[in-house]
Design a protein around this ligand. Structure first.
Ligand SMILES: Nc1nc2c(ncn2[C@@H]2O[C@H](COP(=O)(O)OP(=O)(O)OP(=O)(O)O)[C@@H](O)[C@H]2O)c(=O)[nH]1
Ligand SMILES: [Mg+2]
Length: 177
């Protein structure tokens, strides 16, 4: 799998998504330092929110193959300046998180990420698991196998999730190609 670094505001769901991707039980864990020992580099939100500390996030992005810029569907404003994506020396994907929450606004989060310069967007709930296989597929390297590859039940559910996305009008630029 490709190594990904997660960055985003405090509470946007970086650690919860890390746990979900690893198949761990979701449990609250405040991130205090950068964990870079794994396929996922989890960073504290405070680093991205602070002009000096954000340099550490930039440095650790050199350790990753992909940068995951995250915005939660509950954020009322964004800290990302327009077009910051072009500062990165790695492909940057946008990840809209917490799409299962009541009164959430994934459309706002998508807009923040698109303004930041993300072309590819994923919509994810770490709680229901929606969207996680899409991200895993993106991170898949040739030869990687996932437990659900031959599971018809899984593919039926994924098809349903996709139909729901169409109903919700989520057509990323990447999907229109
Ligand atoms: N309903 C729902 N809640 C979520 C989801 N992702 C995260 N949360 C909740 O949001 C809160 C913050 O999640 P974290 O994963 O700790 O956020 P973080 O980005 O790692 O935050 P910092 O480590 O402080 O930067 C927790 O209470 C999670 O349970 C999600 O997809 N759905
Ligand atoms: Mg965290």
């Amino acid at each position: 799998m490709k190594k990904i670094i997660f960055c985003g505001r405090v509470g946007c769901g970086k650690t919860t998504l890390t746990q979900a991707l690893k198949g761990e039980n979701l449990s609250y864990h405040k991130t205090q330092y950068i964990n870079h020992y794994d396929m996922i580099i989890d960073t504290p939100g405070e680093y991205s929110e602070n002009k000096k500390m954000v340099r550490a996030v930039l440095l650790y992005s050199f350790e990753a193959d992909v940068v995951g810029l995250m915005a939660s569907s509950m954020e009322e404003y964004t800290l990302y300046p327009p077009n910051i994506v072009y500062l990165a020396t790695r492909p940057v994907i946008g990840i809209v998180t917490q799409i299962d929450r009541p009164n959430c606004r994934p459309d706002w989060a998508e807009l923040y990420l698109r303004l930041a310069g993300c072309k590819k967007i994923f919509w994810i709930s770490s709680v229901t698991g929606e969207g996680i296989p899409d991200l895993m597929d993106y991170l898949r390297d040739p030869g990687d196998e996932f437990p659900w590859d031959n599971d018809p039940e899984f593919w039926a559910k994924r098809q349903k999730d996709k139909e729901r996305e169409v109903q919700l009008g989520r057509f990323g630029f990447d999907r229109l190609k």
